[in-house]
Design a protein around this ligand. Structure first.
Ligand SMILES: Nc1ncnc2c1ncn2[C@@H]1O[C@H](COP(=O)(O)OP(=O)(O)OP(=O)(O)O)[C@@H](O)[C@H]1O
Ligand SMILES: [Mg+2]
Length: 360
């Protein structure tokens, strides 16, 4: 799928601008703080309804303005789609093909994207939470049922934790089984989807990594969880685990088992990349995961999502960079960087200055 046009009005530092993207490699370049990431952020908003930065929606409204507007059109295998978002100080409005979307889940899956920026090194280095987020963003776009199960799971989990922390013992013992039944049902959906995702992703990530490193490194990705099987069996395994851990959870005041504790194990040449990987290896591994994610989308939907590479190539050596470019030629990519020459053979260039396109 390709984003064809992106129109921005009072979005971040853009007053009013229109991008016409090529279906191949688009390079958005310019000096620091000119609006390159803002452009990538706007595209991600069209796909998911939220920012890839940890930011409040209202912060995208251009200083001194009352609202911001982003709209985009995309060509997909199921036809043309137009998405529009209007941001107000306290709310936002989302339209898909002119029809207002009431639940954010309905926006997901219209235009799919994979976003990568230097922060995604966290995907390798930092807490399991970042790796769960990787699966969640990806799977929420692929499957609305996952998105809704995740929302409900999080809500019930926080209610259950509040009960564990604040409830008196008798109430806790009486009400937990009711919570656990619901919690396990949503957990089973989440775990089933994550297991399947990692099963498909793993060989694809190994393949991408081997390609970028010219066969010098082997990447192995696997689920850390021990729940396996179909949804029904997952649900009973999780209920049993919740039961078994009840005393411990009551003593600690939070839920000690479930998909909110999942992680992804990532190894290069047999060693834990978190502990032993160099910065470049970690970056390459993170990129390999994202490239593999593109392939998972293609396997599921028969077409690639839009790839957003925000400042993601600059820290790779020239050879690795060239290999990544070679790999992504077949899909629409929007790359932001400061030095145009880093990607010499793009299909289209946008020179960004002070929130506007200043030329090619
Ligand atoms: N709501 C807003 N209104 C006006 N300007 C904003 C708003 N939010 C952010 N900006 C401005 O946008 C600029 C940053 O844009 P952006 O993050 O896209 O930079 P960039 O071109 O990606 O730079 P870098 O190369 O440093 O990553 C900053 O100067 C910031 O002040
Ligand atoms: Mg930037």
């Amino acid at each position: 799928m390709n984003i064809e046009t992106l129109y921005l009005k009072n979005f971040r530092n853009y007053r009013e601008e229109t991008f016409s993207f090529s279906g191949g490699i688009n390079v958005v370049y310019g000096r620091n703080a000119q609006g390159k990431t803002n452009c990538a952020e706007a595209v991600f908003y069209l796909c998911t309804g939220y920012s890839p930065r940890a930011t409040k929606d209202s912060q995208v409204i251009r200083y001194g303005e009352e609202s911001a507007y982003v709209t985009g059109t995309a060509a997909t295998s199921y036809g043309k789609v137009e998405v529009g978002l209007t941001f107000f100080p306290k709310s936002k409005r989302v339209l898909v093909n002119g029809v207002e979307v009431m639940r954010m889940g309905e926006l997901l899956g219209n235009i799919n994207s994979v976003f990568f920026n230097p922060n995604d090194l966290k995907l390798i280095k930092e807490s399991p939470e970042d790796r769960r987020k990787f699966m969640d963003i990806s799977l929420s776009q692929m499957n609305r049922r996952y998105f809704y199960a995740l929302q409900k799971y999080k809500k019930i989990l926080s209610q259950r934790n509040r009960l564990l922390k604040e409830g008196d013992e008798e109430t806790v013992r009486e009400t937990l089984p009711v919570w656990d039944e619901q919690l396990a049902a949503h957990a089973a959906v989440i775990v089933a989807e994550r297991n399947e995702f990692l099963k498909v992703l793993s060989p694809l990530a190994a393949d991408a990594h081997s390609y970028i490193t010219d066969g010098k490194e082997t990447l192995a990705v696997s689920a850390s969880g021990r729940y396996e099987g179909d949804e029904k069996s997952l649900k009973s395994q999780i209920i049993a685990d919740l039961n078994d851990s009840r005393e411990r959870s009551m003593a600690l005041g939070y839920t000690t088992v479930g998909p909110h504790r999942d992680d992804i194990k990532i190894k290069i040449n047999g060693e834990d990349v978190r502990v032993y990987g160099s910065q470049g290896q970690q970056r390459t591994a993170a990129l390999s995961l994202k490239l593999a994610e593109l392939e998972v989308f293609r396997l599921r939907f028969g077409e690639y999502p839009v790839l957003l590479l925000d400042d993601a190539l600059s820290e790779l050596d020239a050879q690795r960079r060239a290999r990544v470019i070679g790999r992504i030629k077949q899909l629409q990519t929007i790359i932001t960087l400061t030095d145009r020459d880093e990607v010499p053979a793009a299909d289209r260039y946008f020179h960004i200055e002070e929130g506007g396109i200043k030329g090619e």
